[in-house]
Design a binder for this molecule. Structure first.
Ligand code: IMP
Length: 420
């Protein structure tokens, strides 16, 4: 029996989709525990690229139980679209379940995300504008609407009316925009009851029974540690808890149930949206890595900012999450660089420290530099197939973080992996 959390160790986009896709073949179930359609998990199967925003990455395995957990915020129209598209394209898909406790992202959340970002001007967060922040804010303010409410139409309508009246006041009086029509929203959402009827469940009992039956359960995080609402680089963060602790809350399990925490780490650093980024690469290197690594948002298409690996940050991340195994991704993207830099310490207010601070403004990185390699590594399937410089890089990361790497991604395809 085992429960494994898969968590991003950086600012998201570490390649968690590929790692989950790899692990899921030996698992019985995979559960998404937080976030919403702001995520974009890319899986490449037989040369075809699939991007999941809401569906757990195990959906490409026929019959696997794929659960949208209690901690997720669900954009239902988008989920239905994603599910239908996948069903049309893939012959067989996973068995989808949706928590009745998951909150709904409503049309007004997306509108307000957009309007609030615009109003922030220079101070904007750079959100994905998928309504994530406003949906979580409503959950905490106790005016959210849950997936389970859809099965109680009268109650749903009552809740919707109460909240939409307030939202329309904000939309019209503060922002001078057009109000939403309650009937339209009601009818749209209730039209999905057929879709959710056979998928909705109390996932607390479902997950409990899987654990008690000794099944292998993967808990799939979205975004990454540094985007955590509390422990990340606030305010340039998302509104949920991507860290492994968030997996317990978002899946309805006890910390005692978790056996392994796999940290997914990209061989370099990226960040989308605003906020300080001490190891950000200069041009033209940043653009080169962006192009080569396909570093454009899977959800928004925005170019990702690229930088060197930050060992200070990932050590913090490893501790915060209790990572006991690392999956290193996209090592192939660094091929062809003469030198590779790794940030090993920070200079903060003239002092050198190896301690991470989420107050990154003004932090200067101190680098260690190693030689790069030129050989194509995409066909490497064992450590000995890698050039010595690439092996040195892998070893250096293990030493700096104090944690073993068990998986190295050397290309986008399912089979382009070295297992250690
Ligand atoms: P939100 O989650 O849309 O509210 O965006 C808040 C911050 O998190 C922004 O900087 C986004 O770019 C970032 N973000 C949200 N989801 C992802 C993701 O899946 N990958 C990387 N960054 C993300």
């Amino acid at each position: 029996m085992s429960v494994t959390v898969i968590v991003g160790m950086q600012w998201g986009d570490e390649g968690k989709g590929k790692v989950v896709d790899f692990l899921v073949k030996d698992a019985d179930a995979v559960l998404r525990y937080q976030g919403g359609s702001n995520a974009g998990h890319t899986v490449v199967l037989k040369g075809k690229k699939y991007i999941f925003h809401l569906l757990p990455s195990g959906m490409l395995y026929p019959g696997k139980l794929c659960i949208i957990g209690d901690g997720v915020v669900v954009d239902l129209p988008l989920l239905v679209e994603e599910y239908d598209t996948l069903k049309r394209e893939a012959v067989e898909v996973g068995d989808l379940r949706i928590s009745e406790l998951a909150h709904l992202v409503m049309p007004y959340h997306k509108i307000l995300d957009e309007l609030e970002e615009r109003r922030r001007g220079e101070q904007k967060i750079g959100t994905t504008r998928r309504g994530i922040g406003p949906a979580y804010a409503d959950k905490v303010s106790r005016v959210g609407i849950r997936v389970g409410d859809l099965l109680r139409p009268d109650l749903f309508e009552e809740k919707l009316k109460f909240v939409l009246d307030r939202k329309n006041e904000i939309i019209t009086k503060i922002y001078g925009e057009r109000p939403l029509d309650i009937l339209e929203v009601r009818n749209l959402y209730l039209s999905y009851t057929d879709f959710i009827k056979d998928k909705i469940c109390n996932t607390v009992y479902l997950v409990r029974s899987l654990i008690e039956e000794g099944k292998e359960v993967l808990l799939e995080g979205a975004q990454g540690t540094l985007l955590d609402i509390t422990y990340g680089t606030y305010p340039y963060v998302t509104s949920s808890h991507p860290i492994s602790g968030g997996a317990c809350v978002g899946a309805g399990i006890s910390p005692r149930d978790v056996n392994d925490v796999i940290g997914v780490l990209k061989a370099y650093n990226t960040r989308v949206g605003m906020g300080p980024f001490p190891t950000e690469m200069e041009e033209p290197l940043g653009s080169l890595i962006r192009e080569r690594g396909g570093e454009f948002g899977a959800t928004t298409g925005r170019p990702r900012r690229c930088g060197w690996l930050d060992a200070v940050m990932i050590k913090y991340s490893a501790k915060l999450n209790g990572v006991n195994k690392i999956a290193l991704t996209k090592l192939d993207v660094l091929t062809g660089l003469e030198k590779i830099k790794v940030c090993v310490a920070y200079k903060v207010d003239g002092k050198i420290t190896e301690e991470f601070t989420p107050f990154l403004e003004g932090v200067r990185p101190i680098y260690e530099e190693i030689d790069g390699w030129n050989e194509d590594i995409t066909s490497a399937r064992s450590l000995s197939d890698l050039p010595p410089e690439a092996r040195r890089y892998v070893k250096l990361i293990e030493e700096l973080v104090g944690c073993k790497i068990f998986f190295i991604g050397v290309g986008a395809g399912r089979e382009e992996v070295i297992l250690l």
